[in-house]
Write a protein that binds this ligand. Structure first.
Ligand SMILES: *Cc1c(COP(=O)(O)O)cnc(C)c1O
Length: 512
């Protein structure tokens, strides 16, 4: 057996000659294609071709093209092995709080692959894509019904992009009303980082609103911060500590009375869809992460979709394009003729595949099914909370939570184990860690969102693992945590260096 650079056994040598693979053999340290392949391997059998030098104007290569040839099984195994290194919602429970990693029904995939949706081009004449436009119109309709709002911009490609869209609509509305001087946006301290980033990106000053002792925002604190310079508030509901904002109506009224708009971060809509319509709470703009609430796949950077619903006050400023039904069929309004549209968010119309998946999810559930999904998401989170509450510390634990459970790290005091260590040890238990160190308002946060997709046995197995780990930490087995993970091909990466100094170019070691 040999050891890899992390000091753990490398996998390949661990393959038992009986052909049984197990343990570390399932954690191959997969080499790069360049390291596997070579100029003498190939998956195809091509005749040599004669190239006319004159035709290439003297630009013919002198040296062979240094691409790795691979046989078909080599290529196949490489990608299948890589795919096994991915933890995914299809492999197990994925408790990332605020991310709503729920099951994506295969029916969604089947619908998204229909050629009339999958194989169309954004520049096709609209007469040839009437079905796709109808689908977009239908999705827009149901998003407005679920939120009781007046317009929806489908094109934003993620939640953060939707925030930008909503805030641009707010900016356009203030300009149209001669309120250009408003340059402050109120953002509660527990907000997702994209909220202040969006406001700052548009040139607004960000004024933080503290949370009350119970983790929610007080209308009085908002009122105290409001003034003629405030353009908007960006408030998340349910909020990032997993609680419904009880004073949201009062906050909306105060914001409107002060001439500002109410941007709601709707990333947590999964907890209330079909139960509460945000329009009834007084919101003016809200993004909906289709890739969270409506089950379309996400992770690894996308694709996502973050449609933004808009109130009557902001509807005229909605971006183009949008779908309009006429007597002749569906048309795509590209230029916002005669409207006060602020322009466009993307070159084309957004993520068609996500629209198909989201509408498939909606229609296959029906209104009652969506409501049930939201209620089950809340029930499942409260079940986890009840199962682990004696071992973990929950800063706002005296209340029922919505769709996610927030713990801080005080239960680990004196154990020598940090939130990061705890998360790494979860990998050895077979689970993707929960969201860590977010929200920032509690120390060493652990945010757990099981979603409605998990069965009771699955929730119990997960709670058992959490309890096992909490007990091990308290019994003094710190090494189990500080040495974790033992069962992953890579252990503790320098994530900052990986993000700041990514190694994107492969160099043959003989050239290095
Ligand atoms: C996920 C999330 C966002 C951002 O959504 P993306 O699609 O990742 O850009 C914003 N706010 C909250 C509360 C979220 O959970």
């Amino acid at each position: 057996m040999s050891l890899n650079t992390q000091g753990r056994p490398t996998a390949i040598e661990n393959v038992d000659t009986s052909g049984q693979v197990g343990g570390a053999a399932l954690l191959p340290d997969e080499p790069l294609l360049f390291e596997i392949g070579g100029p003498d391997h190939s998956g195809v059998d091509l005749d040599d071709i004669e190239i006319d030098d004159a035709f290439l104007g003297g630009q013919k290569r002198e040296t062979p093209l240094d691409l790795p040839g691979l046989t078909e099984p080599e290529a196949m195994r490489h990608y299948v092995r890589l795919s096994r290194l991915n933890y995914s919602i299809d492999a197990g429970l994925y408790p990332l709080g605020s991310c709503t990693m729920k099951h994506n029904p295969r029916l969604n995939e089947k619908a998204a692959r229909l050629p009339g949706f999958a194989d169309i081009h954004p520049l096709q004449p609209v007469s040839t894509v009437q079905g796709a436009l109808e689908l977009m119109g239908e999705l827009a309709h149901w998003l407005m019904v679920l939120t009781n709002t007046n317009a929806v911009a489908l094109s934003p490609k993620a939640g953060a992009h939707g925030e930008l869209c909503g805030m641009m609509a707010i900016h356009a509305a203030h300009r149209a009303n001669g309120q250009d001087h408003r340059d402050v946006v109120l953002v509660p301290e527990s907000a997702h980082g994209t909220n202040p980033a969006t406001a700052a990106f548009l040139g607004y000053k960000v004024k933080p609103i503290p949370a009350a002792g119970d983790g929610t925002v007080r209308a009085a604190d908002v009122e105290a911060a409001l003034g003629p310079d405030v353009a908007a508030i960006m408030l998340t509901n349910p909020n990032t500590v997993g609680l419904f904002e009880p004073e949201i109506r009062k906050i909306a009224d105060a914001v409107h009375a002060a001439g500002a708009y109410f941007y709601c971060d709707g990333a947590n809509f999964n907890a209330i869809m079909g139960v509460v319509r945000p329009g009834d709470l007084g919101i003016d703009a809200m993004h909906i992460n289709l890739h969270k609430t409506f089950s379309t796949p996400h992770g690894g950077g996308g694709p996502g979709a973050g449609p933004v619903v808009l109130s009557e006050a902001l509807a005229p400023f909605a971006p183009v394009p949008f779908v309009r039904k006429t007597d002749e069929g569906f048309e795509l309004v590209e230029h916002g003729e005669g409207s006060e549209s602020f322009g466009r968010m993307t070159a084309f119309h957004g993520q068609m595949g996500m629209y198909v998946r989201a509408l498939t999810y909606m229609l296959s559930h029906g209104g009652d099914g969506l409501r049930q999904a939201a209620k089950d998401a809340v029930l499942n989170a409260n079940y986890i909370k009840a199962r682990i509450k004696d071992r973990f510390s929950m800063p706002f634990g005296s209340q029922h939570c919505m769709h996610e459970v927030l713990c801080d790290d005080s239960f680990l005091n004196g154990t020598g184990v940090t939130t990061l260590d705890f998360a790494k040890a979860m990998i050895d238990e077979g689970y993707h860690p929960m969201t860590m160190y977010f929200p920032l308002v509690v120390h060493g946060a652990m945010l757990i969102e099981p979603t409605e997709s998990e069965s009771l046995p699955s929730l119990d197995a997960f709670a058992d693992a959490l309890i096992r780990l909490a007990d091990a930490a308290k019994e003094g087995d710190a090494e189990r945590f500080t040495n974790a993970p033992q069962t992953a091909p890579r252990a503790r990466l320098d994530e900052t260096a990986a993000a700041r100094k990514p190694v994107l170019k492969w160099t043959r070691s003989s050239d290095a």
